[in-house]
Design a protein around this ligand. Structure first.
Ligand code: ZN
Length: 204
C-alpha cells in the first residue's frame, strides 16, 4: 500500500481522508468565536490534519480543509457576518513569518486561501505583509500580540475581503489583518479560520 493512499487522519486505506473521518470532520461542532468564522475546534481529526499540513508537508489535506471552510462560511449568513454570501470580491491570508515559510517550504494559510478562493470562485490576492517577524509557537502572549502586525497593499476600495488563517489562537492576528485591510479601503472584512485553539476550547 502506498503511503499516499492512506487516510490522513486514521491511516486506513483511502485517498486523503476516508469517508468515516470526512463525515466526522464535517459533523464537528462549530465553535463560537468573536474574531472569525471558525470551522471547528483544534482537536481530533481537524488537529491531525492541520499538523500534517504544517509539519509534514501533506498539502493534499488543503482541499478538504478548504471545502470545510466553504461549507461553514455558507452556513452562517443568519449571523449577519455575511449579508450576501456571494458578494466576496477576493480572498487573502494572514501570512506567516518569512523565516518560518522558508523552513517549511510553504505557507499553509496561503495554500488554504488559494484553494478556498477556487471553491468560492473569486480571485486570491497577496494583500497583507507581515511587519514584525516574531513567531507564534512558543512565544509568550505579549510576544504574540506584538508579533501580529500587518500592513496591506493598495486595493480596490469598497471590496469585501475574506482573510484566511489556519488556527486562531488569540484572535489578535486576524484582528490586525482586518484593521490593515480596512485602512486601505476594504468595505468589509470577513476573517475565517479552520480551527480555534482559544483558551475556552482548550479547557474542555
Ligand atoms: Zn480515516
Amino acid at each position: 500500500m502506498l503511503y499516499r493512499q492512506r487516510c490522513e487522519a486514521c491511516g486506513s486505506q483511502a485517498r486523503v481522508l476516508c469517508v468515516k473521518c470526512r463525515t466526522q470532520l464535517f459533523a464537528m461542532a462549530q465553535p463560537e468565536c468573536d474574531a472569525a468564522v471558525v470551522a471547528v475546534a483544534y482537536e481530533g481529526i481537524a488537529r491531525r490534519l492541520i499538523l500534517n499540513l504544517k509539519y509534514r508537508n501533506r498539502r493534499q489535506v488543503v482541499t478538504v480543509l478548504a471545502e470545510l471552510l466553504a461549507q461553514r462560511i455558507y452556513q452562517r449568513p443568519h449571523q449577519g457576518l455575511l449579508s450576501n454570501s456571494t458578494d466576496f470580491d477576493m480572498v487573502t491570508w494572514a501570512p506567516t513569518s518569512t523565516a518560518r515559510v522558508r523552513r517549511r517550504g510553504h505557507d499553509q494559510a496561503e495554500l488554504l486561501a488559494r484553494r478556498l478562493a477556487r471553491v468560492l470562485d473569486v480571485p486570491c490576492r497577496r494583500l497583507l505583509i507581515k511587519v514584525s517577524t516574531n513567531v507564534q509557537t512558543g512565544a509568550s502572549r505579549e510576544q504574540r500580540l506584538r508579533g501580529s502586525v500587518y500592513s496591506a497593499r493598495k486595493m480596490r476600495v469598497n471590496s469585501h475581503v475574506i482573510v484566511v488563517d489556519d488556527v486562531v489562537t488569540t484572535g489578535t492576528t486576524l484582528r490586525c489583518a482586518a484593521d490593515a485591510l480596512h485602512k486601505v479601503g476594504a468595505r468589509q472584512v470577513t476573517c475565517v479560520a479552520v480551527a480555534s485553539a482559544l483558551r475556552h476550547d482548550l479547557r474542555r
